[in-house]
Design a binder for this molecule. Structure first.
Ligand code: NAD
Length: 415
């Protein structure tokens, strides 16, 4: 279905902004196409002696403003269209927050739940050796995404370094601290979402502690966000994970929810709240809704039922373009993914900078620098939305696409 094709959605957003800013059709044509697509087959010796052949991708959408940057996901439903769309989204995200990167994404079609740790290590190392000629600290810097983690980033760094003959920490971000990871990286996306949320509340003249917040997804982003917001005295009334959600209008203790998740494998194991479905969470009577799980959660089928006044897109592409239109008509204020969840790539950028300089910052420094970048980006997007009378998504795209277009224009065409 086209509504759920991520590449179609990404092109649709680009076309809309191109029209709005009268983008030079030549530059529009350049930006519509990924710069480079590499598809590789990855043969792996499985634990039982068989050889299984996996398919992997690395897509670099644009490298005009700097090296390509983007995560690698391991998932059975990975498609080339999805990776292309996410690579384009990374180009815009890096441009919105003004960090000197282009956009990339990678993925392997696999079900990591079916693979042993040894198989995942061999898969990772062989995938990296297959794409090694197009990655590197000056070319393209991978990072974690769905089902990839600091250990996998360590194997990536090691494989690349073995090939070069010396340690190259700048080839990947999201690494463990012991080999050049950055303090604050683990909570960076959630912290960035919190800054986006705080700025929204300030701009809309609302009271921070009075907001009732619902969060879909309780992983790295949603779980950290819930705990950080609770420390700031916010009221989280509902959270969920893939198995379902829990709701308490008086507010949940998200630290206890985390303990329940650890013990039972799901937030639904927390017993001081009413059990709800993910569908119900999205239409709860709350002030702020934070989708922090996966794509395509708010569609034209359920957009009309959303009762929140503000949506902060912590996940990538949680709202389809058709649903976006419905939500805007209802007057819901939406902070788009390319702004709201840019904290992760921003601290990845800090990690890369620290690695290149072999000089590491304190967590406080990281968090303060992150706040500066997120606040400046929010302010820029807000100003554009006010000046041009457009919603925040269009404003963020105007800022991002204009920056990439200007860089493309000024560099000119080679040869
Ligand atoms: P994660 O795997 O740590 O957590 C995902 C959470 O969503 C889990 O609680 C999971 O149970 C839940 N979930 C999965 N499928 C679901 C479904 N169908 N319905 C409801 N809940 C479901 O992932 P994460 O790193 O927290 O990423 C969440 C989102 O944020 C993704 O869209 C990701 O692309 C985006 N994002 C993450 C980062 C980062 O630094 N981790 C950065 C930018 C964007």
């Amino acid at each position: 279905m086209r509504e759920f094709n991520p590449w179609y959605m990404a092109l649709k957003h680009l076309d809309e902004v191109a029209e709005k800013i009268n983008l030079d059709p030549n530059i529009h044509n350049i930006l519509k196409k990924p710069k480079r697509i590499l598809t590789v087959s990855i043969p792996i010796r499985m634990d039982d002696g068989r050889i299984e052949v996996f398919t992997g991708f690395r897509v670099q959408h644009n490298i005009t403003r700097g090296p390509a940057k983007g995560g690698i996901r391991y998932h059975p439903q990975v498609t080339l269209d999805e990776i292309k769309a996410l690579a384009m989204l990374m180009t815009w995200k890096c441009a919105v927050v003004g960090i000197p990167y282009g956009g990339a994404k990678g993925g392997i079609i696999c079900d990591p739940k079916r693979l042993s740790s040894g198989e995942i290590e061999r898969l990772t190392r062989r995938y990296i050796s297959e794409i090694i000629s197009i990655i590197g600290p000056e070319k393209d810097i991978p990072a974690p995404d769905i089902n990839t983690n600091p250990q996998i980033m360590a194997w990536i760094m090691d494989t690349y370094s073995m090939d070069k003959g010396y340690s190259v920490p700048g080839v990947v971000t999201g690494k463990p601290i012991s080999i050049g990871g950055s303090l604050g990286r683990n909570t960076a996306t959630a912290r960035g979402v919190m800054f986006a949320l705080m700025n929204t509340i300030k701009k809309l003249n609302l009271n921070f502690s009075q907001q009732k917040i619902a969060i879909q997804g309780f992983g790295n982003v949603g779980g950290n966000l819930a705990r950080i917001l609770q420390k700031e005295n916010c009221k989280i009334i509902a959270v969920s994970d893939i198995k379902g959600g829990i709701y308490n209008p008086k507010g949940l203790d998200c630290f206890k929810v985390s303990e329940a998740l650890e013990k039972t494998g799901s937030v639904t194991g927390f017993n001081n709240g009413e059990q709800i479905t993910n569908k119900e969470l999205l239409s709860l009577n709350c002030d702020i809704l934070v989708p922090a799980a996966i794509e395509n959660q708010i569609t034209k089928e359920n957009a009309d039922k959303v009762r929140a006044k503000i949506i902060i897109e912590a996940a990538n592409a949680p709202i389809t373009p058709e649903a976006d239109k419905i939500l805007n008509e209802k007057g819901i204020f939406i902070v788009p993914d390319i702004l709201a969840n840019a904290g992760g790539v921003t601290v990845s950028y800090f990690e890369w900078v620290q690695g290149l300089q072999s000089y590491f910052w304190t967590e406080r420094e990281v968090n303060l620098k992150l706040r500066d970048i997120m606040e400046k980006a929010f302010e820029n997007v807000w100003r554009i939305s006010q000046e041009r009378k457009v919603d925040m998504r269009m404003a963020a795209y105007i800022l991002a696409v204009s920056r990439v277009a200007e860089a493309t224009r000024i560099r000119g065409l080679y040869p």
